[in-house]
Design a protein around this ligand. Sequence first.
Ligand code: ADP
Ligand code: MG
Length: 240
Amino acid sequence: MMGLEIKDLYVEVEGKEILKGVSLSIAPGEVHALMGPNGSGKSTLANALLGHPRYKITKGAIFLDGEDITSMAPDERARKGLFLSFQYPQEIPGVTVENFLRTAYNNLHGKIDVVKFNALLKERMSALHIDPAFSRRYLNEGFSGGEKKRMEVLQMTVLNPRFMVLDETDSGLDVDALKVVAQGISAMRDGTHATLIITHFNRILKLVEPDHVHIITAGRIVKSGGKELAHETEEKGYRE
Ligand code: ADP
Ligand code: MG
């Protein structure tokens, strides 16, 4: 299958089984939301997708466009087009936003002409209403929370990964930051990206309407449905 496919995934952390058979299929062009209470295993899934060494896959598999990436290293997964928010270093002194993004772009897509890259960067920044001077700042140095979030979304729209997993720290995001994230995801809704939004609350899902919603509880997906499931979940909480 094309897109991101998770098949019967079991994941252990520190010897404890957290995910107990999670299956998800996200076709190109689709946005899925994974919702669940704290401790249900959402970030464990994100980390397992990323290939974090502490999150051990004991059963099941992950596929990108049909290719099994279950045992690939994190950087290899990135080169296959998998993008996770929060995957890059917090602060790199002496490296500008522009240089960082160009290097990341080259690693992912092959070498691009500097003039061409700058045109691309300019266009993406303007789409997100980011001040042009931002590209000359040092990466994350003295960035406010909102600027860090902008940087992440800019990185996402510039790198143009085919598979995106966004593990939101909803509680920390103000409305403006939330809007930037939503804008980035919406701008990339062109039928080519498979997107998974992981969230505890449905605030972001009011700005980006998902095609499918899945509810995870205690390491298992217990319910799947359309966007209305996110709204029901807000009204009823996760009690069932
Ligand atoms: P969520 O993101 O849904 O809040 P997590 O995936 O972070 O849930 O956590 C699920 C369970 O796994 C929790 O019981 C948590 O304590 C445990 N867990 C997650 N990561 C680690 C870790 N690095 N070390 C030990 N336990 C962990
Ligand atoms: Mg989490």
